[in-house]
Design a binder for this molecule. Structure first.
Ligand code: 5GP
Ligand code: ZN
Length: 135
C-alpha cells in the first residue's frame, strides 16, 4: 500500500522517532505547527479514527498522554492541543490515522478559528437519540 505513514512504520522512510509501544509509534511532525509538534500513529493501517478498533485508539491515547506529559515538562509549553483530523472535510491529508500533539505557547499567535453555534433542548435530544440508535 502506498501510504507514507505505513512506510514510516516499516522503516522504509525515516522519521524523528520519539517513542513506540506494541501498537503505536510517535514521531516529530515534519512541518510542525509549533515547537515539539508530534504525531502518534497506529502501526496498523486504518484510514479513519472512527473506523479503527476502540482498543487501538485507546492505545494511541496512552502513548500520547505519556509523551505529552514529558513534552510539557521538557518544553515548558503553556498548553497542548490533541487533535485528530478524520476525513478530507476535517482536514485529514495523510490517510492513515494520526493524533497530533501540538504544544502551545502563550506567544504562539495561533487562535482557535471555529465559530460557536447554539444548542436547544429539542435539537440536543434529537441528536442524542440518533447517535444512540446508531450504536
Ligand atoms: P493531517 O492534515 O492529515 O491531519 O496531518 C498530516 C500531518 O503529517 C501534517 O502535519 C504533516 O506535516 C505531517 N507529515 C506529512 N508527511 C510526513 C512525513 O513524511 N513525515 C512526518 N514526520 N510528518 C509528515
Ligand atoms: Zn498506512
Amino acid at each position: 500500500m502506498d501510504c507514507i505513514f505505513c512506510k514510516i512504520v516499516n522503516e522504509e522512510i525515516p522519521c524523528y522517532k520519539i517513542a513506540e509501544n506494541e501498537h503505536a509509534i510517535a514521531f516529530l511532525d515534519i512541518m510542525p505547527i509549533t515547537k515539539g509538534h508530534f504525531l502518534v500513529i497506529p502501526k496498523k493501517h486504518f484510514e479513519f479514527a472512527e473506523d479503527a478498533p476502540e482498543e487501538l485508539m485507546a492505545n494511541l491515547m496512552i502513548l500520547a498522554t505519556r509523551l505529552a506529559a514529558a513534552a510539557k515538562k521538557a518544553l515548558k509549553c503553556d498548553g497542548i492541543n490533541f487533535i485528530i483530523n478524520s476525513g478530507k472535510r476535517a482536514g485529514q491529508i495523510v490517510p492513515h490515522v494520526h493524533l497530533h500533539v501540538v504544544p502551545r505557547y502563550n506567544d504562539d499567535g495561533i487562535y482557535w478559528p471555529w465559530p460557536q453555534g447554539e444548542l436547544d433542548n429539542e435539537t440536543a435530544s434529537t441528536l442524542i437519540n440518533s447517535i444512540e440508535n446508531a450504536l
